[in-house]
Design a protein around this ligand. Structure first.
Ligand code: GDP
Length: 175
């Protein structure tokens, strides 16, 4: 079975749970005191997708997101980008639009974009209505999902949705 390496970059404000999502997906683990330096490089996980194996190379911003303008190198060659916000922080949803703009300017044209509303275990203190976020995602043709890295909700599904949007390799070979 062919293995395809797919670079995925994570975007979103500090504290929304980017490192926790990667940690949950790759190691099936939640660490309350996760180190912000976990993203100094990338972590990988391979999942089956149709007749292929998708090896995700997941890049975390290693705290660089506070500059709100990442080096274009960060996006280069990315098959997908996951923009994460925190459902309990309206600010993190508002800045999401800035991340979308940044991605449009610096990211590859055919990049698959996914929006993840994380911390959905904290529904009691929700500030971002799911409907609003979903509608925004639809308006930019992005995948939308709410996740909880803490409770392992929809983290696998997020990456499955991304896998499904990546055209199979055969399509390229036929061209
Ligand atoms: P990053 O700066 O975006 O990489 O965010 P982190 O992964 O470092 O997480 C920031 C904080 O949010 C940490 O205290 C995590 O324990 C917490 N956190 C991350 N994901 C979740 C979640 O799904 N639910 C809850 N309740 N807390 C979370």
């Amino acid at each position: 079975m062919a293995i395809r390496e797919l670079k995925v970059c994570l975007l979103g404000d500090t504290g929304v749970g980017k490192s926790s999502i990667v940690c949950r997906f790759v190691q099936d683990h939640f660490d309350h005191n996760i180190s912000p330096t976990i993203g100094a490089s990338f972590l990988t996980k391979t999942v089956p997708s149709g007749n292929e194996l998708h090896k995700f190379l997941i890049w975390d911003t290693a705290g660089q997101e506070r500059f709100h303008s990442l080096a274009p190198m960060y996006y280069r060659g990315s098959a997908a980008a996951v923009i994460v916000y925190d459902i309990t922080k309206l600010d993190s949803f508002q800045t999401l639009k800035r991340w979308v703009k940044e991605l449009k300017e610096h990211g590859p044209e055919d990049i698959v974009v996914a929006i993840a509303g994380n911390k959905n275990d904290l529904g009691d203190i929700r500030e971002v209505p799911m409907k609003e976020a979903k509608e925004f995602a639809e308006s930019i043709a992005a995948i939308f999902i709410e996740t909880s890295a803490r409770n392992a909700v929809n983290v696998e599904e997020l990456f499955q949705k991304i896998s499904k949007q990546i055209p199979p390799l055969e399509n390229h070979e036929d061209e």
